[in-house]
Design a protein. Sequence first.
Length: 192
Amino acid sequence: MSSRQKLILASGSPRRRELLAQAGLAFDLAESGVEELRAPGEDARDYALRMARAKAAAVSRLDREAIVIGADTVVQCAGEILEKPKDAADAHRMLRTLSGRSHVVVTAFAIARGGEVVESEAVESRVFFRPLTDEEIRDYVSSGEPFDKAGAYGIQGRGGEFIARVDGPTDNVMGLPVSSVLDGLRRAGVKV
């Protein structure tokens, strides 16, 4: 990346920060402050894309010279959008829903410059959970790990033990499809 181009990750997610750093990019952090509210009837892909675009644009309007990456991850199982759990009972319900089934994880990213989104894409991975016991779910919920994660699990943590298979990019399930983001940066004219 050119030394003249400042890169900002518009996210408070430690997982996104780690993934982007592992890709060798230098960047600043700025949370967008965009409220995550799903529109009635909005599917996972459209919701994730709208949120990623809104986050990138919001931060880009504050620093028009920077290249800003926004992202959002949405989990959908059997037609239901599973957002971050509200409490332990909600986390338990989500994990029970995922047990023994497959679900789709959509992570959308957007790249903005000068207050405008110049690139965006939604990447999907299909995740297959093995059957979970009530005890496993209770233990996992009591660990506290599910509470800041869409779908109430983290593939990179203890939740990874529940996964039998992933079709698609694993880093997408973690919150950022890095190779797609790098391709998007290149298309936006950023040297990476």
